[in-house]
Every structure is written in structure tokens, then in C-alpha cells.
Ligand binder design. Structure first.
Ligand code: REY
Length: 445
């Protein structure tokens, strides 16, 4: 169980890819560790799993451009999206990659993908599950003795945000720019980050409720390192980046620069009217396996297409990934294992993740069959108005023309469901929970 399997694991990943096939489906587990998750899209035939309305015949690229332009009027220096739709590719970029040189943003530019990294981490963990090196319903402390104060916290609870572990970023980033500057150059060990979390008693009890926390994925990264005997970065490379040939995807922690041509990131200060802070250069050590991957739109589309297309995980593990907990009251946003589902205004369900690191908002989602994918970036953050606007990218892409409400439908889904169903601490930072509590006109431009 507790064995190091780096080599075997790589072999499995490659075998799956080269065969281009998935292993036969297995019966799903009867329970999910005490959770109340639904299994809407997890069982049945592939056709049944693709429940919901079909994606629109064509993406609405004009609506998409309008969304990106709107983000610029709301304070983003640049905004862009790339759609891969069968054989067709649509690339739209508006505004600037660099406010100093005035270089225009390009959809080829790299950027910090934030919590989209959580899907990468989950793929590695689930590959290790498939190989027998980890078990989803085994306590984390079995693999990392005495790390956590509650033996009931399982591997699954990390991946579906039901551990109750406090999100240490609540404390780090209460004040946005000072918080960022305090960690810009910091190099944390994963244990230090877990230590920051454990200054608070985990709550709610393991398995009982969804509560989004970066701590979960820092611990998931520790599990990967424990059972493979190698770094998280190496696991991403050998199991995802190299097999999928993701040439623009890197994990350089704790290097502070983004290698290659990239968009600069601009953090919006809390104080209205204060100038944007160039936040490109940072270790991202506060995020690590929860959020420090660098990529670009083409690579993210390729990653999610491969994942939903069954090329990264055996069917049994993909099925586990697609067991949903609702994360917002409206019942339009869900979390699986390291994966979000959003039900769009036109009835289409899309699968992917969002990401926020200082200076970068990312959306990366794909259809259930992996055939249509979109990745989008606005190179600012801490600007809830831009975050909400960028959700319109999903409607423009998947509802397209004639099937739904187009970009306007984004309103129905609101901003990111990251911490939606969790009780939002008043000090909660960097999430829609804060923005829901503050009148938009007061909070941000
Ligand atoms: C941290 C704060 C956001 C970002 C976070 N990101 O947890 C993870 C994710 C990796 O889910 C920062 N906000 C901002 C503040 C608010 O500092 N006071 O918006 O850049 O992607």
C-alpha cells in the first residue's frame, strides 16, 4: 500500500495514453466517506453521463469578444480565451500582456493557472490510486503518520474539500497587497503550510460538509511525494506534461519567474483607485500543489480534453472524480475530486477548474465528451467584477448562438463557486464569498 511506485506509475500513465483507451468501468463505491455527494454524471453509459443539453453547434465568438472587452473596462489590463472545438480553434485576445512594454496579450502566452493546479494534483493522486499506491478512503495519517490532528480525514476528503482543514490563505491574504508582498519571495515547506492551517481546529468534522481549502491540496502534494519518493513537479512532468506533450506547462516552484513568453500579472489593491501591482514575479510557494502550475490556454485545453476523454485516468478513477457535491445555493455549481462542474444557463454542463493567484484569473472548462474546451485568462485578480464577467466566457463558448442566453447568461451563474457552500468567514479573502458580501460599487471599480 505504502510503496514508492514512481517508475510503475509512469508506465501506467504512458500505457493509457498510447492505447488511447480506458480500462473497463467498475462499479462505483457505495459511499463517499460519509458525504452526501450526488452521482449525477458518474454512472451509466457514456450517453447517459453526458446528461443535460448538447453544446451549441458553434461557439459565439462575438459574445466571447464582448466578454473579454468588458473585463478590460472593469480593470483587467488584458483578457483572452482559446476555444478548441473538434478540429477548429478560436483565439481571441484583448488588451495587454505587459503594461510597460505595451506588448499585446497573446493566447499563446503562459500564465499562472492557480487552482487549475488542483486538477493536475488530483490526476496524479488518482493514478496512484489506480496503481494501488494510495486508497481514497484510507486516512491520510496512515501514509503521513500524525500529520493531521484527526485520523478520520481520508485522501478523498482532501480531494473533495471535506476534510475541514482550515484554509491558511484566509490569514495570509486578509490584506491583499501587504499579504502578497510578505510571501512573494517566501519559500515554505508543505509542513509549514499545514502548520499554518493547524493553528485552527479543523471544522466541520471530516466528511460532513464541503469547505474549499488550499490546505487539502498541499497535503495531497505531500502524499504524492511520500508515495513516489519524488517531487510533485516531477510527478506532473512524468505523468501529465510529457505524456500529453504540454510544451508550455511547467512547475518551477520555488523559482520566481515564469519561463518563456508570458502575460504579466497585475494585482488589484484593496484601496479604490490605487495603482495595480505587478505580481508576476513570486515563488507561489504559498500555493504549491494547490496552485503553482504555469501553463497556457492551448495546453490547458489539451489537458482537460485528455482528462474527460479518458486518456489520463482509468474509468473507475474518472468516475470517482465525477461524483458531485453542490457548492452554491442555486444548484448550478458542483465540486467532484479536484474538478468543478458548472451547469450553464442553456442547460449544458461543463467540467474544469477556476484559478486565482495574484494577478491572474483563469477559467478552464470542457464538455463532458472533451470535444469542446475553453481556457481563458484575465491578467488581474482581487477584482470580483472581472471574475464574474469572465464567467461569461463559458456561456459564449458552450451555449453559443441560439441555444441559450449567450454571454448574458453568465449572470445566472455568478462568480466562482470556490467557497460558495461553505460558511464564509467574514475575513475570507480572495473568493467570491467576500464579493457577495460587499456592494460591487464599494468593493471594486
Ligand atoms: C488567494 C488570494 C486565492 C488571492 C487562492 N487561490 O486561494 C487558490 C485558488 C490557489 O483557489 C488574492 N486575493 C487575489 C486577496 C484578497 O489577497 N484579499 O485575488 O489575487 O485559485
Amino acid at each position: 500500500m505504502h510503496r514508492r511506485t514512481a517508475t510503475g506509475a509512469i508506465a501506467l500513465g504512458s500505457a493509457l495514453l498510447s492505447l488511447g483507451a480506458v480500462v473497463p468501468a467498475q462499479a462505483a463505491h457505495g459511499t463517499t466517506g460519509g458525504s452526501t455527494t450526488e452521482r449525477t454524471a458518474a454512472t451509466g453509459t457514456p450517453a447517459e453521463r453526458a446528461a443535460g443539453a448538447p453544446t451549441a453547434t458553434t461557439p459565439d465568438t462575438e459574445a466571447l469578444r464582448a466578454v473579454l472587452r468588458k473585463a478590460l473596462t472593469q480593470g483587467a489590463p488584458g483578457a483572452m480565451a482559446r476555444i478548441d472545438d473538434g478540429g477548429a480553434t478560436h483565439r481571441i485576445a484583448e488588451g495587454l500582456a505587459d503594461r510597460d512594454t505595451l506588448r499585446p496579450l497573446s493566447t499563446a502566452d503562459r500564465f499562472r493557472v492557480g487552482s487549475v493546479s488542483k486538477t493536475f494534483t488530483t490526476v496524479v493522486v488518482l493514478q496512484l490510486v489506480a496503481e494501488g499506491a494510495l486508497e481514497l478512503d484510507t486516512p491520510v495519517n496512515h501514509y503521513l503518520p500524525e500529520l493531521l490532528p484527526d485520523d478520520r480525514i481520508t485522501v478523498r476528503h482532501l480531494l473533495n474539500h471535506r476534510s475541514g482543514l482550515w484554509d491558511y490563505t484566509n490569514d495570509l491574504f486578509q490584506r491583499t497587497v501587504p499579504g502578497f508582498e510578505a510571501v512573494r519571495e517566501r519559500v515554505f515547506t508543505p509542513r509549514e503550510l499545514v502548520g499554518l492551517s493547524l493553528t485552527r481546529t479543523p471544522s466541520p468534522a471530516p466528511g460532513t460538509a464541503y469547505s474549499y481549502s488550499n490546505t487539502n491540496f498541499v497535503v495531497a502534494g505531500m502524499l504524492i511525494e511520500e508515495v513516489t519518493g519524488a517531487s510533485v513537479g516531477r510527478a506532473y512532468r512524468s505523468r501529465i506534461i510529457e505524456p500529453l506533450d504540454l510544451e508550455n506547462t511547467t512547475y518551477v516552484h520555488p523559482e520566481t519567474g515564469i519561463p518563456g513568453r508570458h502575460a504579466r500579472g497585475y494585482l488589484t489593491p484593496d484601496e479604490a483607485g490605487a495603482p495595480l501591482v505587478d505580481s508576476t514575479r513570486q515563488t507561489a510557494s504559498w500555493a504549491q500543489a494547490a496552485g503553482a502550475v504555469i501553463s497556457n490556454t492551448g495546453d490547458l485545453n489539451r489537458f482537460f480534453k485528455a482528462l474527460l476523454g479518458g486518456r489520463l485516468l482509468p474509468e473507475a478513477q474518472l468516475t470517482e472524480m465525477l461524483r458531485w457535491s453542490p457548492t452554491n445555493a442555486a444548484g448550478t455549481q458542483f465540486y467532484g475530486l479536484g474538478l468543478r462542474r458548472r451547469d450553464l444557463s442553456c442547460g449544458v454542463s461543463v467540467y474544469g477548474h477556476t484559478g486565482t493567484v495574484q494577478g491572474y484569473y483563469t477559467y478552464a472548462f470542457t464538455s463532458r465528451d472533451g470535444k469542446r474546451s475553453v481556457s481563458a485568462l484575465a491578467n488581474t485578480s482581487n477584482n470580483g467584477t472581472v471574475l464574474t464577467t469572465m464567467a461569461g466566457v463559458l456561456d459564449a463558448t458552450f451555449c453559443g448562438t441560439g441555444t441559450g442566453t449567450g454571454a448574458a447568461g453568465a449572470k445566472a451563474n455568478g462568480a466562482d463557486g470556490a467557497r460558495g457552500a461553505a460558511p464564509a468567514p467574514s475575513a475570507r479573502t480572495g473568493s467570491e464569498a467576500v464579493y457577495e458580501d460587499i456592494a460591487p460599487g464599494v468593493a471594486r471599480r
